[in-house]
Design a protein around this ligand. Structure first.
Ligand code: TZP
Ligand code: MG
Length: 298
């Protein structure tokens, strides 16, 4: 089964922002600061060079246990054994990339309006980018989607979404207030003298918003006890309470609590399980499940 994907701070390479400093050195600083997903984005290098860069970056990110995503090129991602690919709206369709990359690699896609986000979700993307939130020199000429689209994505989209475009330490709060719980930046991080401290600061802000809004349903949930007999029952801990259930999967358990269609995040033994994997996530006896309602979405 694919590992559930979650992350908070997504850092993308941008070598033009740090002349005189090497890409690996800058990205390692970001990783030390807590970047938990990294993308190689390089529109200039020929493919052979790109593959070499991707291999070196993959070695580094693997040391930190962080996934490496390659922008634009599924073939480069495969050649460098990267963890996934990030596509634009005009790149290979998600379904075609999935054929090439298989079920386990991560596929993300940039979106600029809610219809594209919905389509990405339907097509099986693992995450979407939402942006550019603000005008940015990294994508000159691209119209900003504003925090209005961030808020829309937060209320509608179940797969992880990451806000991107012109995000800095100064405006991060505004983006988080709109409902983002994952931020991405290029220039504000790799163009800074101290990428490590920028990452720490951004991560601190993300964590503060994530912690502040968790409302656990434990007390308001009631579970009808399943009948015993020769039906398979397991004992699991749900939001801190020991329960017996016939649910074979996380989805069935969510259905018992009437949570399938609510804005809820599920954690299994401490790891977030994306909604699209609930149906294929088996419930083992003794496991611990938390259903957490995110008031702001995201
Ligand atoms: N996709 C949407 S905005 C953007 C990309 C790659 C650029 C983000 O760069 P910056 O420097 O953080 O604005
Ligand atoms: Mg692209």
């Amino acid at each position: 089964m694919k590992r559930p994907l979650d992350f908070k701070l997504y850092v993308i390479t941008g070598e033009n922002y740090h002349p005189g400093r090497g890409m690996l050195e800058v990205m390692e600083a970001a990783l030390r600061g807590g970047a938990d997903i990294v993308q190689l984005r390089d529109k200039m290098s020929p493919k052979r060079e790109l593959i070499e860069k991707a291999k070196r970056l993959k070695e580094l990110t693997a040391k930190y246990g962080v996934p490496l995503i390659v922008n634009d090129h599924p073939d480069v991602a495969l050649a460098a054994d990267a963890d996934g690919v990030h596509l634009g709206q005009d790149d290979l369709p998600i379904e075609a990339a999935r054929e090439l990359l298989g079920p386990r690699r991560i596929i993300g896609i940039s979106t600029h309006r809610i219809e594209q986000a919905r389509a990405a979700e339907r097509a099986g993307a693992d995450y979407i980018g939402v942006g550019p939130v603000y005008p940015t020199g990294t994508k000159p000429g691209r119209q900003a989607v504003t925090t209005a689209y961030v808020a829309q994505a937060a209320s509608e989209i179940a797969i992880p979404f990451v806000a991107i475009g012109g995000i800095t330490e100064t405006n991060a709060e505004e983006v988080l207030r709109a409902g983002a719980r994952r931020l991405c930046a290029v220039s504000a991080i790799v163009g800074h003298d101290n990428p490590e401290s920028v990452c720490r600061n951004l991560l601190g802000k993300i964590n503060a918003w994530r912690l502040g809004e968790q409302v656990v349903f434990a007390d308001s949930l009631s579970l009808s006890m399943p009948t015993r007999g020769d039906v398979r029952e397991v004992e699991v801990v749900v939001n801190g309470r020991s329960e017996r259930t016939q649910a074979a999967t996380l989805l069935e358990l969510a259905a018992e609590y009437k949570l399938e269609s609510r804005s809820v995040v599920a954690e299994l033994d401490g790891a977030v399980v994306p909604r699209q994997l609930w149906g294929e996530t088996p419930l083992q006896g003794g496991c611990s499940v938390e259903f957490v309602h995110f008031v702001g979405g995201g």
